[in-house]
Design a binder for this molecule. Structure first.
Ligand SMILES: Nc1nc2c(ncn2[C@@H]2O[C@H](COP(=O)(O)OP(=O)(O)OP(=O)(O)O)[C@@H](O)[C@H]2O)c(=O)[nH]1
Ligand SMILES: [Mg+2]
Length: 256
């Protein structure tokens, strides 16, 4: 009979006497308590949906600050000149250094610093030289790589592909690579003095399309040829610096 009464005390007494209803009562009380005290609910209560202010997510804030810092262009460039022994790396750098500043030609060409102008802007360029693929990892941060081979030695192109390219891409997957065919003058020598040439060098020189074919097989690999004559070494270093600059500051320099 007590159940039919509307008085709370009577009905409660009935609930307390019945274990099933006691459990349901505790369960419902707990739910009510949790809902009224949960932070989500309280924040929704205190701020009507029309006035909700969504704070900028952390990743967006980081992105914003990166934009600002990118406006100050990083002018320090690290280049690596790599390739088999004897392909002509030191000769190219020597020729460049003599042309740029004959008073500061380094004794060894394992590393040296220079200044390179690209689009009327001056960059401090550190150049490291390496003739063994195992040393690639020692470079640390590098902004562009010049992978050299010898146009007069077809084996050096094979080595560029199997000995160097895969190792470079593994160690530096996104860094721009300039595949550089050195000793270009040897092609002219072959044309003009074929017999003499073949007496000295047992194979015909490589064709330009063979080098280009290898470059095209990989992402972000450009092709260039040169010899130590004239301004050709300068062109190689300038192009490498430009590629490095675009790699380092992709947004601000995309216009150049
Ligand atoms: N014809 C011709 N010969 C070159 C040219 N560049 C270099 N050589 C010759 O190639 C040979 C090797 O040149 P290096 O510059 O010592 O080669 P490297 O790549 O520095 O070799 P390592 O220091 O052993 O790694 C030298 O006898 C150079 O005279 C070039 O443009 N044309
Ligand atoms: Mg050398």
């Amino acid at each position: 009979m007590a159940v039919l009464c509307s008085g709370g005390s009577l009905s409660m007494r009935y609930y307390k006497d019945n274990p099933l209803y006691t459990r349901i009562y505790i369960f419902l009380t707990l739910i009510t308590f949790t809902r009224t005290n949960s932070p989500v609910n309280s924040s929704c209560k205190s701020k009507p949906s029309s006035n909700l202010k969504i704070s900028t997510p952390v990743y967006a804030q980081v992105h914003k600050s990166t934009d600002v810092s990118l406006k100050i262009r990083d002018k320090m460039i690290n280049l690596a000149f790599v390739g088999d022994s004897g392909v002509g790396k030191s000769s190219l750098l020597f020729s460049y250094a003599i042309d740029v500043n004959p008073w500061a030609v380094p004794n060894d060409f394992t590393s040296f610093k220079t200044e390179v102008d690209v689009k009327n802007e001056s960059f401090d360029v550190n150049i490291a030289v390496c003739n063994h693929p195992e040393k690639i990892r020692e470079f640390g941060s590098v902004d562009a790589i010049v992978l050299c081979f010898d146009i007069s030695k077809p084996d050096s192109l094979k080595s560029a592909k199997y000995g160097w390219m895969y190792a470079l891409r593994y160690a530096h997957p996104k860094v721009p690579i300039l595949l550089a065919g050195l000793k270009r003058d040897m092609r002219m020598r072959y044309r003009t003095h074929k017999v003499l040439y073949l007496n000295e060098v047992p194979q015909k020189p490589l064709k330009e399309k063979e080098g280009k074919k290898l470059a095209n097989r990989f992402d972000n690999v450009h092709y260039i040829e040169c010899s130590v004559v004239g301004t050709e070494p300068k062109t190689v270093i300038k192009l490498a610096t430009k590629e490095a600059m675009l790699y380092k500051n992709p947004r601000t320099t995309s216009c150049c």
